[in-house]
Design a protein around this ligand. Sequence first.
Ligand code: ZN
Ligand code: ZN
Length: 610
Amino acid sequence: MKKFISCVLVLSLLFAALVLPSSAATVKTECQGECETCPAIVVPGIGQSNVWALDENGDYLLDADGNKVSCFPATFDIATIVSKVIVPVLFTLVFQADIGLSDALCDVVRACFAVNACDPETGKNTGNIEVEKYPYSVAECSEYEKKQIYNNIPLQDYAAQVGEDHLYYFAYNSFGNNYDTVCELYDFIQMVKEETGHDKVNIVPISMGGSIANGLLDYFPEVMDDLNKVVYIVPALNGSTIVGDLFNMNLSFFDKEFLYNGFLETLMDEEEGRMIEVIARILPDEVLTGVLQNVATCLVEDVASNITSLWGLCPKEDYPSAAEALLADKPEIKKQTDMFYQAQCNSLANIQKLVDNGVEVFNIVDYDVPLYQIGSSWNNDNADGVIHLSSTAMGVKSAIVGETLGEDYVQANTSKNCSDPTHNHVSPDGVVDASTGLLPDTTFYFDGQNHEKTARNDIIISLATRLLATDDIHDVYSTPDYPQFNGARDPRGLKNTYIPAAKQALADATDISEADKLELTEAIAAAEEFVNGTVCYDGEYREVENRIIKILTKIGAWTVEEKEEPSTIFTTLSLWLYKHTGTDGYSEVGATIFVTIAECFIQPILDLLT
Ligand SMILES: [Zn+2]
Ligand SMILES: [Zn+2]
């Protein structure tokens, strides 16, 4: 009997040794899936995943400084670029005609984007690259990996409250295959459920991540049962008109008048833009615009149209014409993008299904920042600089940037998801009617907030943290801390520089007047209240900053750097050329420029003399 018992004991110990650790190892969380908070998965935006170029041996390609070469948005080897274009540039300048310049520049475009090239037969990336992925929770990430993740979305407070083992970052290639990425996200969600022991997850689709989520909800409708909350942040649910205009070759700079006067100033510092305008006149306008058209066509036809994830950013209104023009001889890509187009058309209906099935869906969007003026449709809708507002805010109606819906405007209440028709969903500035978006009660708007600086707005990050880490907030009425309409801000200057400097000045202050001391004390208090608060209006942080700077300067504890008057020589010159010679290049103007100069300067002198 003893022998039997010891045999059983040994066997059970062996069994335990073999089976228990492996099943226990699959759940890695401290809570074993028993805690109240579902793990969160960030689905980041375009360019928010590291993609590295590799050499022929599969090792990382390194630049001259020994750093890894990023594939986003392309790789630029200056020596190759110069060697390809130098001769055509010289010929084109000498003969004032496009002698091989378009061809050379198209070669350069193809070479720079080679790492991001996709096969027109399959829609899959053919570049020699590596996507830096984190197929484990942030708790298991290296310090380097944590730095990459928190730099893109500073969710450190969330991690401190809930635990880094409840935070995941789904990295993917922004220029990869859309369908593959969606499938990977579905598998990732299953992996997170297993690893955390939770049967549901929260997902956070940001910007381009919104288009990936469109695919997820449409191709894998069963994923609904895996989701607890969806917290969208500036999601590209109906693409961006910039991409739609690009695919339809509806580009603003094809208009000569805009190209020579205004276009560059929307993208860079005015004086820099004007300098380029002055230099560009070294070619006749027809030659320059012809070259630009050829290069844009090459970029769209040879590069962009093969990248299915970029098609994920094409608005549904722009897709049919663009697909007809660009994908007629690429049936496999068209099959995939047609499928995505369907997912995009179903986007709001699929989100409605989530809501109807008890998944809490929140949306955080920015508005009142004009789109980059690259596509001709840039001013058709309000925007956040990168995505038009009706895309991020689920079909919402708004006035364009700089205008309002009008004093007599009456809220339209077209969404069935508003729980109370007496809610006021029109923004205080009269720009947005939130009652017309799909989710009036759970969409948060940030006035004047730029898309690219969304993660620097600490209110947005603390709101996302509250939504993910607690169950306190169910809609825009849950707490006055997070109202439906809020403002843009980036308080890093106040937190890191001005408040510490003011406190130091107050501690050091011995010979300042009582009135100044009082103002300094009050300015610090106001700044701290502002920084610790979660409600503001657009531009308020500058006012709070300026108050501190003003008193610090007055008591001699701060020197405002004298800004040199910026030079305006190229601005004056470019505007003068545009006024007197239109869009002509120097060689076309020739003698007429001297006549114009004569008219401008000599005639008034003659008039004076006579
Ligand atoms: Zn848990
Ligand atoms: Zn409502």
